[in-house]
Ligand binder design. Structure first.
Ligand SMILES: [Zn+2]
Length: 226
């Protein structure tokens, strides 16, 4: 009798290990949505358009993740300047069974050209996981990219409403603010924002922040300059 119980426990342990190993092999799919595109430029700054800033940050995020994580796979809604409807963006994320959905946007304020900082949005009926994701993203943008954190907010954005997985929409900065437009459209700004979102996703997935970020030679030089 004693033997069969311990034998049973042993088999259960082995099964648990096998299941865990299998789960670890499965990649975490992060769908990244570069907001706007094509005939829809989004907000316009003095020298840049929101759709281009959003795409540059999304592409950089994909590169940073590729360099740093084998377990996380980035799937991009668009890789070029093209129009995709909001329904199709959310629908695509649902279709590929994404684990996370992150929409990248740049902010603008007509009333206040001095407004600056980041906002991370969740849907007003969001899950606790969406809120956790949003809070970590806001924190990393503050600590890693040294942005002014304007907080995690709720809104009824279609891409958030229709995506079925934990999701957040990141306003990376105000394109209507002269200094912030310069930052979010600069190579260094794009790198810092993309790295911040990578750090956030890694922390969300693993439960802790990676101890270092692997960088290309160019990025290393940029990071040294600050
Ligand atoms: Zn936008």
């Amino acid at each position: 009798m004693k033997f069969s119980v311990s034998g049973f426990l042993l088999i259960m342990c082995l099964l648990c290990f096998a299941v865990n190993a299998e789960a670890r092999r499965e990649k975490v799919i992060v769908v990244v949505d570069a907001g706007h595109g094509g005939q829809d430029p989004g907000a316009k700054g003095r020298h840049s358009k929101e759709k281009d800033v959003n795409l540059a940050i999304s592409k950089k995020f994909d590169k940073v993740v590729r360099k740093n994580s084998k377990d996380i796979k980035v799937v991009m809604i668009r890789r070029k300047d093209e129009y995709i409807s909001l329904a199709d963006r959310a629908g695509f994320a649902n279709f590929v069974n994404a684990n996370l959905f992150i929409s990248i946007h740049s902010n603008a304020s007509e009333q206040n050209p001095n407004a600056y900082g980041t906002e991370v949005y969740v849907h007003r009926q969001s899950s606790a996981n969406s809120e956790r994701l949003a809070r970590i993203i806001a924190n990393k943008l503050r600590t890693h990219a040294r942005r002014n954190d304007k907080g995690v907010k709720k809104a009824n954005f279609q891409v958030l409403r229709e995506s079925t997985m934990p999701c957040a929409l990141v306003e990376v900065g105000f394109i209507s603010n002269r200094a912030e437009e310069d930052f979010i459209s600069s190579k260094n700004g794009v790198r810092l924002i993309a790295e911040s979102i990578y750090l956030a996703v890694a922390e969300y997935v693993y439960g802790y922040e990676p101890s270092e970020i692997k960088r290309s030679g160019k990025d290393k030089r940029m990071a040294r300059k600050g």
